[in-house]
Design a protein around this ligand. Sequence first.
Ligand SMILES: [Cu+2]
Length: 185
Amino acid sequence: MNKTMLASALLCGSALAMTGCQTVESQMQTGNPLNQPVLKSTINTVTDNKSEVGQVFLRPVDGGVQVYGKLMNLQPGKTVSLHIHETGSCGDMGKAAGGHFNPDNKPHSNPDDMNGHAGDLPNLTANEDGVATINYVNKKISVAETGKYSVNRLAFIVHNGVDDYKSQPAGNAGDRVACGIIEKV
Ligand SMILES: [Cu+2]
């Protein structure tokens, strides 16, 4: 077994339960496959029953942080939005997570705009099985334990609607439906 396969196998072992080996293995092909995820988040609905909807991993790659994983139990074909919010709390139906992570005080924009929020991420569309995958390199965040751009102990928020990448301050993305604290793996 070469080193690349070993790295994938190790990740599969730890992440198999919720993300599925196949998806994670192909997502690991972005950037250096030997870099393991440093941070992860288990995303739960914000309602009282807090049911799990998916897991998202973060690992360093050339020029940024790869954000990858999947959300499940969505309505097939539905597009939702995902952001990193500034406070690591999912209380009060997700409102406790505060606004978008925005360490440089920029306007909200599309995630590829270096002049936008660090916490901006692409919209996700569910497939026919209600599964939406994300595999995106964010160039404005860090997986370091602390620091201005670190997302350790911040929160992912899933919104019920599409982010228009334009409206301020959060893309008119709709209600907060799911939330996950970002934590060390
Ligand atoms: Cu948001």
